[in-house]
Design a protein around this ligand. Structure first.
Ligand SMILES: [Zn+2]
Length: 351
């Protein structure tokens, strides 16, 4: 084990170097000189290529100038595999009150864009691997892999690629800011539109039309008065209760015309154990059961435009219990649930 001061210097130097490298997610916007993960990927690639321990290092371009980096200590099929994963992109630097790429430490805290999300996690993973190698004379009893992926802050195409590659591990840890808590469960979500259709008419003779907004108002009442309370009683020990919300509404075109269409967007958060198909069907059934039969043909449920399943790793599983024991030995204990973090990554593994 290295002396603590030496280790601390190594960790803060690594983190300072990484935070100094701009890697803002370009999103769908224009690319300027602080955006893109290429510089971070090159930094990591060179770091491991020239390391005193030998690593297999690969770079895979996921988007133009935006590569994932894959590192492994070994790839022995007779050994178990532990995978670390986190991302190299950061959110934008808008509204920051400090210089984003000139990191500094103040009162024991590290400042600079990405130091918390997720370059700190990346450095923790790297230095953890290095410490393990040092303690084991360079040969680990397991294969350790590290995937540093792009685009987590926007469309997570870097981690999608990891899933597509069919990468397998006996255990995996995704690095995200959790205030040192282990996150072993995550809520999922579905988002979809509900449409109501009516018949337009001049407001001089509204009786000649069918007001789609009025029908939607009935639909919303069912969601608010029946479905929301129902979900409040459905609980998960880590994630709290299931929820649903109507978040966007649109309808009507002119003040003197009875509207013939109204549309809402619905967001339904799924607890671990809930299947999205059942949750979607339940909302449809509840609305139809609570409204008059003659309105049914005027209500259309669009297929969800977003489907993210909920996920959970058992607290009794070896990876969660091993990490819990380690956290407890440092007086950090709680396991909590976090919504929708690295959901596609979690999906890849049967922990
Ligand atoms: Zn993150």
């Amino acid at each position: 084990m290295r002396e603590f001061e030496e280790l601390e210097t190594h960790i803060t130097t690594l983190l300072s170097e990484m935070v100094s490298i701009p890697s803002v997610n370009p999103g769908e916007g224009t690319v300027d000189n602080i955006r893109g993960e290429e510089r971070m990927a090159s930094y990591l690639f060179n770091y491991f290529k020239h390391h005193s321990y030998s690593f297999n290092v690969k770079k895979e371009e996921i988007l133009t100038d935006r590569p994932n980096i894959y590192i492994e200590t070994s790839n022995d099929p007779n050994k178990k595999t532990l995978l670390f994963e986190t991302h190299t992109d950061t959110v934008s630097v808008d509204h920051m009150s400090i210089s984003p790429f000139e990191p500094f430490i103040k009162d024991g805290k590290f400042y600079g864009r990405g130091s918390c999300d997720a370059k700190g996690q990346l450095v923790a993973m790297i230095s953890g691997i290095e410490m393990a190698l040092e303690e084991n004379d360079g040969v680990l009893p397991i294969n350790v892999k590290l995937a540093a992926t792009v685009d987590e802050e926007h469309l997570h195409r870097g981690v999608d690629r990891l899933v597509e590659l069919g990468i397998k591990a006996d255990g995996a840890v995704a690095g995200e800011p959790t205030e040192l808590k282990i996150v072993s469960a995550t809520k999922g979500s579905i988002r979809f539109k509900i449409r109501t259709t009516g018949k337009s008419a001049h407001t001089a003779n509204p009786q000649d039309g069918i007001n789609a907004i009025y029908i939607m108002s009935d639909v919303i009442q069912v969601i608010q008065k029946k479905i929301v309370p129902l979900l409040q009683n459905r609980n998960h020990p880590l994630c709290g209760n299931a929820t649903t919300s109507v978040t966007i509404i649109g309808g009507g075109s002119q003040v003197n015309i009875v509207p013939d269409e109204c549309v809402i967007d619905v967001d339904r958060r799924l607890l671990p154990g809930e299947q999205w198909e059942e949750a979607y069907q339940e909302i449809q059934d509840m609305i139809m059961d609570n409204l008059d039969q003659d309105l049914h043909s005027a209500i259309i449920f669009d297929y969800p435009y977003l489907i993210d399943p909920s996920l959970e790793t058992s607290q009794a599983s070896s990876i969660v219990s091993a990490f819990s024991a380690m956290m407890q030995s440092h007086n950090e204990d709680l396991i909590l649930c976090q919504e929708n973090r690295h959901r596609f990554f979690y999906r890849a593994f049967a922990w």
